[in-house]
Write a protein that binds this ligand. Structure first.
Ligand SMILES: [Zn+2]
Length: 324
């Protein structure tokens, strides 16, 4: 629920039938779409960026607002400053092995962009009935002859299977599904989680004024499927833990979900993109926790030197090994 009574959860079933749950952003909004990375940026009451905040491309064009656009219900405000993130990026560069030297200086001059990313969160009450074969280990002692013809004994493990069944209920609170196109999914996973259960605020235009907001491109229907998949996988694991004994097989879970609701939320990230050679690399920091992840090039020269050094050392070891 997010701990704040003013944050509204929408009924999922109803919204999937009738997607017109849209509310106003609370200001003049403009949308642009990047022709390079296809991210759609929203600007409320303010300047429109001349370059894409996600990849740096100047190829951005005005984007028509979609009819079914669902506006955010809540927002996680920024909690770390761009200065703090810059320090972390400097450390990060310093600790990268085989990064080209030029990178370390380039990183300090790059612009850091604060961006709000779209997420969906889903809640549901789940009731599950499960059945499985519970496996109990038991051991017998076997005698055998070893290679010298001597008689020895050893413990052998067996499994006794018994039928088992049970049920459980669970409330899923804020199962998160990202709706972003601009940030690479692998990087995003590395800077999660965003503390949406404790620190969300009701959406207000003041939060996003002057910032770039990314428009979601994973729609509610698709996001709901992904959220459902996460929940059923988690539920399956919880049922597996309830099976008595040492192991199990043939676990069947029959689950019912009730009271499914969703929210569209915005979460903060700091983004840096830089080009090295012909490739654009992205660095992302969680705007609330400061957690950092980045893509980086490898210095061919440094790797070649390291390999060479390794070969020389190996040759020395072999050489001195032969002398003895
Ligand atoms: Zn772009």
């Amino acid at each position: 629920m997010g701990g704040d009574a003013a944050i509204i959860e929408h009924d999922l079933e109803q919204a999937l039938r009738d997607p017109a749950v849209s509310r106003h952003w609370g200001g003049q909004r403009k949308e642009v779409k990047c022709q390079n990375c296809h991210a759609i940026s929203v600007f409320v009451d303010g300047r429109v960026a001349q370059r894409c905040d996600f990849c740096g491309s100047p190829a951005i064009v005005a984007h028509e607002e979609m009819q079914d656009a669902i506006t955010p219900q809540s927002i996680l405000p920024f909690n770390v400053s761009d200065g703090q993130v810059r320090d972390r990026i400097r450390q990060w560069y310093g600790s990268r092995w085989f990064a080209p030297n030029r990178l370390k200086t380039a990183a300090l001059t790059d612009t850091i962009h604060g961006v709000y990313l779209p997420y969906w969160t889903f809640d549901a009450h789940a009731h599950a009935q499960w059945s499985a074969d519970a496996g109990h280990y038991y051991y017998t002692t076997e005698t055998y002859r070893d290679s010298n013809g001597q008689t020895k004994s050893r413990q052998v493990r067996h499994v006794r299977w018994t039928p088992a069944s049970g049920s459980l209920s669970h409330f899923f609170d804020d199962t998160l599904v990202p709706g972003t196109k601009g940030v690479h999914p692998k990087l995003l996973r590395q800077v999660e989680p965003f503390p949406t259960q404790t620190s969300l605020k009701p959406y207000a235009p003041e939060y996003v004024r002057g910032w770039t907001v990314e428009r979601y491109q994973v729609d509610l229907r698709r996001a709901a499927q992904l959220g459902q998949k996460q929940m059923s996988e988690q539920l399956h694991q919880m049922c597996a833990q309830q099976v008595p004994g040492d192991t199990h097989r043939n676990l069947q879970v029959d689950a019912r979900y009730q009271g499914r609701t969703f929210k569209h939320v915005l979460v903060p990230v700091w983004l840096v993109h830089y080009t090295y050679g012909r490739t654009t690399y992205q660095i992302i920091a969680n705007g609330y926790t400061g957690q950092l992840a980045g893509e980086r090039p490898y210095s061919v020269v440094k790797i070649a030197l390291a390999v060479l050094l390794g070969l020389v050392l190996l040759a020395l070891v072999l050489y001195y090994g032969q002398l003895q």
